[in-house]
Design a protein. Structure first.
Length: 443
């Protein structure tokens, strides 16, 4: 029997229409816009100015705190300005505008395709290279990886879990990366195990990726301490807490980190970025993005430099259909609708989903019928209907007591609600407010 998590979950239609499409590099446009905040934590401080010449891989934004991640130039050229730019959340934030001139790379970066297996670096040196390269969680959370690989005092990672689930409908970027970069990912797993001093790793792959399961199972035979586990197809199994429950049958307590139950979880895309950082001295300047949608001419998986406008990726997939109602960064469950296709690709851009007009329109909200479907599917065991009401009436103390901050924003509640109530929208609003109250209280 296939493993899965024990609480809640749904199985939306998969629509993996770009599955099996080989990763194709995107041509670099004349200008890129590189946001200085592409991660959870403090934005970077720009260390370049107008008129500076940069190479591909040049450090342009430096961390100002521990929970932050360096930003590097994804192109070579001249810095045009440091100015505000619209991000995927709809806010204007600091960014570096660069005029592209050729494609000259920093000499320290190994651009060869040769697989480098041996790593003679110490655990400390590995973490330093990961931090220097600006690696973040590439499954969407964008938490700085060097921080995640540095557990708090008193905690110990017993197992490294590699998240190869990709449970969001439509998205196939991780799947294709697994098929094309299997060996590199396995080398990276061994490197991270060394960095966190653990002797066991588990790769969790959902059973709708049989080719990836077979390929990794075969390749992992060369590694005695790496196990490949096939998982039942169940959303949101890509959530850290759900994946830990599925693989280890351990539940992370409310407010606690995964390492509190002995696990560190890393997305498969992050693992490949770690390989390139440690073995090739390559900073995180590009990533695989799925560009897809029911009416797209050429749904595809592309390798995009960071800072390239989303419009360029859409053009590579055949252009924006006339039927377009919404452009989403990410998948249909947890993604965010974009205000403009001029918004640049960032470290957290896993997919660009084009939703037709008829599907993009929201249905009118009706009264709650107390069916409890939202409660039954919530993977965190919450009561979404109650949390929506508490947010609507601004009863913040009760919202906090009912664990609104535990919501992982998977959208299962809204998906299953027969009354078409925007449960997740309200819970997101309430969660943000309660988190602000908690931070103010701590100060």
């Amino acid at each position: 029997m296939l493993k899965t998590f024990r609480i809640g979950g749904i199985h939306p239609k998969e629509y993996k229409i770009s599955a099996g499409k080989a990763i194709q590099p995107i041509a670099i446009p004349d200008q890129v816009i590189v946001p200085l905040s592409q991660h959870i934590g403090a934005p970077c401080q720009p260390i370049v100015k107008k008129g500076d010449v940069v190479k591909t891989g040049t450090l342009i934004g430096k961390t100002v705190g521990f929970v932050s991640a360096n930003i590097h130039s994804p192109v070579s050229g001249t810095v045009l300005k440091i100015d505000k730019a619209l991000d995927a959340s709809g806010y204007r934030r600091d960014a570096v505008y660069i005029k592209v001139e050729g494609d000259e790379w920093e000499e320290s970066i190994d651009r060869s395709k040769t697989l480098v297996k041996e790593c003679i670096l110490s655990p400390k040196e590995i973490l330093e290279k990961i931090a220097a390269a600006g690696i973040v969680g590439m499954g969407g959370a964008t938490f700085p990886t060097h921080v995640k690989l540095t557990p708090p005092p008193g905690t110990k990672a017993e197992v490294l879990i590699v998240n190869a689930v990709e449970c969001e409908p439509y998205l196939t970027s991780d799947h294709q990366l697994m098929m094309e970069k299997t060996e590199e990912i396995l080398v990276s797993i061994a490197i991270v195990m060394k960095a966190i001093n653990t002797r066991k790793a588990i790769i969790g792959i959902e059973n709708n990726k049989r080719d990836a399961i077979e390929k990794f199972t075969q390749a992992a035979k060369a590694y005695s301490n790496i196990e490949v586990v096939a998982l039942k197809v169940q959303y949101p199994q890509g959530g850290e807490k759900q994946l830990i429950d599925a693989l280890l049958k351990r539940q992370v307590p409310s407010g606690a980190l995964p390492v509190s139950v002995g696990a560190i979880v890393q997305n498969v895309g992050t693992m490949f970025a770690i390989y390139e950082a440690v073995q090739k001295s390559k900073p995180l300047i590009e990533r695989v993005v799925t560009v897809t949608g029911k009416n797209m001419k050429n749904p595809c998986n592309v390798l995009s430099r960071l800072g390239i406008p989303v419009s360029v990726l859409i053009d590579a997939a055949g252009g924006l259909p006339e039927s377009t109602g919404k452009v989403v960064s990410g998948g249909p469950m947890m993604g965010k609708a974009l205000a403009s296709t001029d918004i640049p690709v960032t470290k957290g851009t896993s997919g660009i989903l084009i939703i037709p007009t008829l599907e993009a329109k929201r249905k009118s909200m009706k009264d709650c019928i107390r069916c409890a479907k939202c409660v039954n599917v919530c993977p965190m065991g919450l009561n979404p209907s109650l949390l929506m009401n508490l947010t609507e009436y601004e009863i913040w103390d009760r919202a906090e007591k009912n664990s609104i901050t535990d919501c992982i924003e998977c959208g299962s509640c809204s998906y299953t609600c027969p009354a078409d109530r925007p449960l997740l929208d309200y819970i997101r609003l309430g969660k943000g407010k309660v988190n602000g109250i908690i931070r103010a209280r701590k100060k």
